[in-house]
Design a protein around this ligand. Structure first.
Ligand SMILES: [Zn+2]
Ligand SMILES: [Zn+2]
Ligand SMILES: [Zn+2]
Length: 340
């Protein structure tokens, strides 16, 4: 994500800042113009004082465009749960931002908007997942120790809150961008037959003893479980790529003309090859930076030619949807309104 500026002193601030570290003024993110505004100019989200949500409230709604998508909040009986919920919403705002930049709606044509249940598993187990536009997240995933121990137990190279959100929303967009469209046949060819029994596939994935998998064909081990999971994993990676390229845009680097053009808005770059041409060296550079700091790889994945083909289909599906919306006369402003 690119950098923001404090409206009072022009100091650089991040997306999550509630107060400017330089002048101390309160900050308010306005998703309608994707900028930080002064706190006095608009109503803040009702969750500002509870969990530090720095977005402005929607018109005729006490909550912001991200918080209002949360249908169920966890039990707030303990300060720990409030802290974990705060982290969840922080990651979710990044997701909502991504989708607005991609001009993808959070409401399917005729249905209800996508909704989130963020639940603590104190009384019964909570499974993170997606079902017809409802995304459920286990609050425990916001606890670093918990999440890291699950990452190790599942032998995953990467497990983050933002990754969960980007994966789960991928299922929602399969319905919207692929299901019943002209891309369904290419999807089957590239990702496999999605009509195979989902529950059976997931159960056998979890029962698998041998954890080796075809690394040339899939971005992650979990992607091998079912074509829908492969799509969701690939969709999440597409978001990792455009969002990270967007962060690159603000760095003082000398880049060639074509790269600069891509970075004016990687979310809307129409040439998939141009995105990947920038991403591959950036991912290697990011990992090298991390290793120099004694940390593990920021992007512990290899994009094989087959995975590249899958990412390309995600890009095609998003672009095709956007084109369709454009020709259907949906103005940018309207799509943005949906995406909030
Ligand atoms: Zn300031
Ligand atoms: Zn909010
Ligand atoms: Zn999934």
């Amino acid at each position: 994500m690119r950098e923001f500026q404090c409206p009072s002193c022009r100091h650089a601030v991040t997306f999550e800042h509630v107060v400017c570290a330089n002048c101390g003024d309160g900050l308010l993110f306005d998703p309608s113009c994707i900028e930080m505004t002064e706190l006095s100019l608009k109503q803040s989200c009702r969750n500002r004082d509870v969990i530090g949500c720095n977005w402005c409230a929607e018109e005729s709604d006490p909550y912001c465009g991200s918080c209002r998508l949360t249908r169920t909040i966890p039990n707030l009986g303990s300060p720990r749960n409030i802290m974990l919920w705060r982290r969840m919403e922080e990651a979710k705002r990044r997701l909502v931002y991504d989708l607005a930049r991609l001009r993808l709606p959070l409401t399917p044509g005729d249905g209800a908007p996508v909704a989130f249940d963020i639940l603590s598993d104190e009384t019964s187990p909570i499974l993170t997942g997606h079902l017809s536009g409802l995304i459920t997240l286990n609050l425990a995933e916001a606890d670093d120790v918990e999440r890291e121990s699950r990452r190790v137990a599942f032998r995953e190279p990467y497990r983050t809150l933002l990754g969960h959100f980007r994966h789960e929303i991928g299922h929602f967009y399969w319905e919207l961008l692929v299901n019943g469209t002209t891309l369904q046949a290419p999807f089957k060819l590239i990702f496999g037959d999605e009509t195979q029994d989902y529950q059976f596939a997931i159960n056998s994935y979890h029962g698998r003893f041998d954890r080796s998998y075809d690394r040339m064909g899939f971005i992650s081990e979990y992607a091998t479980s079912h074509p829908w999971e492969d799509w969701a994993e690939t969709f999440a990676h597409f978001l990792h790529i455009v969002s990270t390229l967007d962060s690159l845009a603000g760095l003082p680097l000398s880049l060639d003309e074509r790269s600069r053009q891509t970075l004016t808005d990687p979310y809307l770059e129409s040439d998939f090859e141009a995105l990947l041409a920038l991403w591959m060296p950036l991912a290697r550079g990011l990992n090298e930076l991390n290793r120099s700091l004694g940390m593990s790889d920021a992007y512990p994945f290899d994009i094989s030619p087959a995975v590249k083909g899958k990412l390309h289909l995600v890009h095609m599906a998003i672009s095709a949807f956007r084109e369709q919306q454009k020709s259907a006369g949906a103005s940018v402003a309207k799509v943005f309104a949906h995406a909030q």
